[in-house]
Design a protein around this ligand. Structure first.
Ligand code: GLP
Length: 244
């Protein structure tokens, strides 16, 4: 779906999420959301906060799982995705603190594999993700599933691609300050989400969007796996859609 700009697109995605949350509330069920970071979903989170503050949208029945976190990373660092999510969404709405989950960047290496298994088990115990929000990296990564990630990859510690680190170095000040690894939800859990909404804005994403949507399904471009998902939408602005 192509929108004139990222503002109208973000509002449309926020409305879809609000409808889902309210529908689950009526059924007395939790709404299980997979959340993303990066600059792309900022407008979405701002609109969800507005819906909470101005239109009575409650997050009391919402349970969230973030896609990824840098490793190592302290939660109170200005670079952490914990801080990002709290500032932009979680601390601004009435979600219960026990209901949001963000991969823990403070684990020791030997704790990571069990932690990742438990993260997936929590999602499974809730019946899976009702809706997964995604951005897309310039190389086609989803979460931090870089090129080469398998379609059945699990939640794990990954090495970040050079190109991903270069993009992130703008936030970290320099490449040498930029983490080399991250914990990411695997492709398998993303593919198991009942619905996937990938958002992309701007000319800079147009090539990778067209490769993901119209190119072959290949682990070189993990977002191309989504061609095999039965309920997925790419929400784009005109620039990001310009090469389709
Ligand atoms: C990071 C995040 C991804 C995100 C990507 C794109 O790598 N881990 O989840 O999709 O950046 O970032 P941006 O939205 O800033 O273009």
């Amino acid at each position: 779906v192509v929108f004139e700009n990222s503002n109208t697109a973000s509002k449309a995605v926020a409305n879809e999420i609000a409808d889902l949350i309210r529908e689950k509330q009526k059924e007395n069920k939790p709404c299980i959301l997979g959340l993303a970071t990066g600059s792309t979903p900022k407008g979405l989170y701002a609109e969800l906060v507005r819906l909470h503050k101005e239109e009575n949208l409650s997050f009391k029945n919402v349970i969230t799982f973030n896609l990824d976190e840098y490793y190592p990373m302290e939660p109170d660092s200005i670079h952490s995705y914990v801080r990002f999510m709290k500032e932009l969404l979680l601390d601004q709405v009435d979600i219960l603190p026990e209901n949001y989950h963000i991969p823990d960047g403070t684990l020791t290496k030997s704790q990571i594999s069990k932690y990742c298994n438990d993260y997936e088990a929590k999602i499974e115990a809730l019946g899976g993700l009702d809706l997964q929000i995604l951005g897309i990296g310039g190389n086609g990564h989803i979460g931090f599933n870089e090129s080469g990630s398998l379609q059945n990859s699990k939640t794990r510690l990954v090495a970040l691609d050079h190109i991903t680190r270069v993009a992130a170095s703008k936030d970290f000040g320099s490449l040498s300050n930029t983490p080399r690894t991250a914990i990411t939800l695997g492709v398998k859990k993303i593919m198991e989400a009942k619905r996937v909404v990938l958002m992309a804005w701007g000319e800079g994403k147009s090539n990778i969007v067209s490769q993901s949507v119209e190119g072959e399904v290949t682990n070189k471009v993990p977002a191309s796996f989504l061609q095999e998902h039965n309920n997925v939408v790419f929400v784009l602005d005109t620039e990001a859609a310009s090469k389709l």
